[in-house]
Design a protein around this ligand. Structure first.
Ligand SMILES: Nc1nc2c(ncn2[C@@H]2O[C@H](COP(=O)(O)OP(=O)(O)OP(=O)(O)O)[C@@H](O)[C@H]2O)c(=O)[nH]1
Ligand SMILES: [Zn+2]
Length: 371
């Protein structure tokens, strides 16, 4: 497990990682922080064909979906590798110039998942290698380059989110919810931390407590970004829960629907050129929503909560919690205000992901009519 954690960090630092698997496996590097020097070094270590690995989402967005499946490997001539990497790291209109695309191998699939877990852009350079022959073998032996096994990676991914540990807690009076307690959970792999905010005295809660399951949004929650409705939802949830005598808010480390802040900002850049929130994510290589809620269900279980009224407009959250064994006794709408900056985002959520936002649009229309 420790080795996979190091692999995530190495990729984030722009270092190469060897993923052992089919034949000799591949030496992989993240495209987003590839430099000429790193590329040259990698080509000196591994002697096989260099390819660019892209997720199926991105392949589809680029019209390369013939082979999509779990992702594609596009062979790119050495001479144009750097240029291709730079273009792909930017997003739009960046098609790999190579012509031979094939579905990714299982090892390459795990490599793409590593990039995603590291909240990097899921686009990699992969150079096939034969560690018994290439210089790479010596580097691996000396510990200069980390070599991981694809099965090891798969097991790590399958286990994450399932065993969050309760680490520490404290009373933190909040404005509008003075009797509040923060409980911090850390996922077993040590990577992500989530907070359960327990509002009020559980002995005096309504029989079925309200639950707000909120995904982190630095821009909205902290700075009041007008591009989304997160900050307003967060604060109104705390107030509403406190007002009805208490309940729970889970603050989950799932920035940008799970793609991370760096990618969310990249996606905002693409949205400014006319793509909607989902198409922008897809062009970067992500699905509509990359979040999983197993960790939320495990936190609820630890808190002894099995039945809730969920504050959300997102049908996906209800389905996911139910699938994880939490009984959803009812749904409460939770709205922010519509404005000219968040209108495209809310419209895409309603039209493409089926979020229940009719009231937000109706309220806004009514306000407009009164003016
Ligand atoms: N990728 C991406 N994420 C975004 C964008 N705008 C906001 N987000 C993220 O979307 C998530 C919204 O979280 P929530 O408000 O809990 O979830 P929701 O799916 O909107 O559902 P409810 O608010 O419960 O109805 C946060 O993680 C934000 O950071 C965007 O344009 N792109
Ligand atoms: Zn937001």
């Amino acid at each position: 497990m420790q080795r996979i954690r190091r692999a995530l960090i190495d990729l984030r630092r722009g270092e190469p990682v060897h993923v052992a698997g089919e034949a000799g496996g591949s030496l992989i590097l993240a495209l987003e922080n590839l430099t000429e020097a790193r590329l040259e070094q990698a080509l000196g270590l591994a002697s096989g064909t260099p390819s660019v690995l892209l997720t199926a989402h991105r392949a589809e967005a680029l019209g390369l979906d013939g082979h999509a499946g779990d992702g594609i490997a596009v062979a790119v001539p050495e001479a144009s590798l750097m240029e291709t990497a730079r273009a792909l790291a930017k997003g739009r209109d960046a098609e790999p110039t190579g012509t031979t695309a094939r579905p990714v191998t299982d090892g390459e699939r795990q490599a793409l998942e590593l990039a995603r877990r590291a909240t990097l852009l899921p686009a990699l350079l992969a150079i096939e290698s034969d560690p018994d022959r290439d210089r790479l073998a010596g580097e691996i032996q000396r510990g200069e380059v980390l070599s991981i096994d694809r099965g090891e990676a798969r097991r790590f991914f399958a286990d994450s989110g399932r065993h969050p540990e309760r680490v520490s807690e404290a009373r933190v009076p909040l404005s509008g919810a003075e009797q509040s307690r923060f409980i911090l959970y850390r996922e077993a792999d040590g990577l992500l931390e989530h907070v359960a905010l327990v509002i009020g005295d559980p002995r005096q809660w309504p029989t079925t407590p309200a639950l707000r399951m909120h995904s982190a949004c630095l821009t909205g929650d902290l700075f009041g970004s007008l591009r989304c409705d997160c900050g307003e939802q967060l604060r109104s949830a705390v107030h509403a829960i406190a007002e009805e005598g208490g309940g729970i808010l889970l603050y989950l480390a799932q920035e940008g629907r799970g793609i991370g802040l760096a990618n969310k900002l990249r996606a905002y850049g693409l949205q400014d050129t006319g793509l909607d929130t989902m198409d922008a994510d897809q062009l970067l290589g992500f699905g509509e929503d990359e979040r999983r809620y197993d960790v939320a269900a495990a936190m609820l279980d630890d808190l002894g909560i099995s039945r809730v009224r969920l504050m959300t407009n997102n049908p996906g959250k209800i389905a996911a919690l139910e699938a994880a064994g939490v009984e959803i006794a009812g749904r409460e709408a939770i709205h922010g205000e519509l404005n000219r900056h968040n209108a495209p985002y809310l419209t895409a959520k309603a039209n493409r992901a089926g979020h229940w936002l009719e009231e937000v649009f109706a309220d806004s229309a009514a306000d407009g009519n009164q003016r």
